[in-house]
Design a protein around this ligand. Structure first.
Ligand code: GLC
Length: 445
């Protein structure tokens, strides 16, 4: 063997000894353990907030685009940058936002650290195009929110765009004469910023987006995934770090892609899934604040969505788009409050539950299951005439059946393969009700 080969073999050996752990080879048990809190938490608040709140969906008198307004109206970078000098959200109060999330029953929060427009919402040492250096506001909102979440016991996550319309090396359109060097952007900007975010704010979740650009590849996704988990092994990372996401349905198109969970967008999976997934959705039509968008989903729809998602084994990440003053729109707060009210009574059927293979019966009945498999929750969203009948559940002999929100057990019978439960004339609460039933055994996720 040549000396150079020996040297090479030695290097390879030492490389493998010191090689970074491959987090993509994590065992199923280790992944289940890492993902447990996330799966148990079920409901999160998404926040899209950035300079785009200033134009609020209108540019030069023309409507269109929220957080995409820069692209929608082809606003030149130098002109878009001017929104920074107008961004002064005096009403911003991290504690208030967190208390809105908490009152809604959300257990985690994911906020945009950087959207596609490339503006950093924290005090980044890697750029001056950030909230502290470039706005009159000068406050680090990511820090304030991270702190407020920590004291309130809400898990904190960051949405971060891979695509960047502002960075000359990431946006081929911006300065073609500079011959955009995407690898330079990735190594000298994207990764250092992410490392900074992890170090400063200790996020539990990193939520990527903008991965569809042609410069981004599965290999880069895998490398970034390993790099980030190397910095913080317990991180939970969405599948948009990779190239595997299949359209708006959001689940992986192929095996072994980087990322921990699928990301259906503005939709809920058609059926239950054994994979981890989270449906992200807006309350009106837009992610970022748009002053003319008053198309709000009702609290009833949102509650039914949450129930449907939980029954299918997913998480629900529901978005708010605060305005340029720093306020979460009142219409969102109201609806979130109603969700919180509903959850106060019925939380047991949503958080820390598993999905049953048989997760529904007809259009108005969904099931979830306690982790020990001993309890099935039957959630119905239609008022019944004194009695509800359910074919899919066999209660344990002598089981007590309760309606959440009432203390008295209900009368029931089971015959011809049907469970019939007598309901009180006045059901407590609104929109949907939960029967808590002890079962002999059942199959769950
Ligand atoms: C889309 C949009 C983006 C939004 C995201 C949320 O990918 O590009 O504006 O942030 O969906 O899922």
């Amino acid at each position: 063997m040549k000396k150079s080969c020996l040297l090479f073999a030695g290097l390879a050996l030492s490389c493998s000894v010191f090689a970074q752990k491959n987090y993509l080879e994590e065992s199923k048990t280790a992944k289940t353990e890492r993902m447990q809190w996330w799966h148990d938490d079920t409901f999160g608040m998404f926040i899209h907030w950035g300079l785009y709140a200033v134009p609020a969906g209108t540019y030069n008198g023309k409507d269109g685009g929220a957080e995409w307004i820069m692209e929608t109206h082809q606003i030149p970078t130098a002109e878009y940058e001017k929104y920074a000098s107008q961004f002064n959200p005096q009403q911003f109060d991290a504690k208030k936002w967190v208390s809105i999330a908490k009152a809604a029953g959300a257990k985690y929060m994911v906020i945009t650290s950087k959207h596609h427009d490339g503006f950093s919402m924290w005090d980044s040492k890697v750029t001056d195009y950030d909230i502290v250096d470039a706005t009159p506001f000068k406050r680090d909102v990511i820090k304030e929110l991270a702190d407020a979440c920590k004291s309130a016991g809400i898990k904190f996550g960051l949405y971060h765009s891979i695509m960047d319309w502002h960075h000359p090396n990431a946006n081929p359109k911006q300065k073609p004469e500079q011959k955009p060097d995407f690898a330079k952007y990735r190594e000298e900007y994207l990764k250092p910023q992410l490392a900074e975010l992890i170090k400063k704010y200790d996020p539990a979740i990193l939520w990527f987006d903008g991965e569809w650009i042609s410069e981004w590849t599965e290999d880069q996704g895998k490398e970034l995934y390993n790099y980030l988990r190397g910095l913080k092994p317990s991180l939970v990372i969405n599948n948009r770090i990779s190239k595997a996401r299949g359209g708006m349905e959001g689940m992986d198109k192929y095996e072994n892609a980087a990322g921990d969970f699928g990301t259906p967008e503005q939709e809920i999976l058609k059926t239950n899934s054994q994979e981890y997934w989270e449906s992200c959705m807006t309350i009106n039509n837009n992610w970022g604040f748009v002053k003319n968008d008053q198309n709000w989903k009702s609290a009833e729809t949102l509650i039914n969505n949450l129930i449907d998602v939980a029954a299918k084994g997913g998480n629900y990440l529901l978005n708010v788009g605060p305005n340029a003053a720093g306020e979460i729109p009142a219409a969102s707060v109201e609806r979130l409050g109603e969700m919180g009210e509903w959850l106060k009574q019925n939380k047991e059927a949503i958080y820390s539950t598993n999905s049953l293979e048989n997760y529904k019966e007809g259009d108005h009945l969904r099931f979830t299951q306690s982790k020990d498999g001993k309890t099935t929750y039957a959630i119905f969203n239609q008022q019944q005439e004194n009695e509800i009948s359910i074919a899919a559940i066999q209660p344990k002999k002598g089981s007590k059946i309760y309606l959440l929100g009432l203390n008295q057990p209900l009368n029931w019978t089971s015959s011809d393969g049907k469970l019939r439960v007598k309901l009180p004339a006045d059901l407590p609460g609104k929109y949907a009700w939960v029967l808590k039933i002890q079962v002999a055994s059942s199959k769950g996720k």
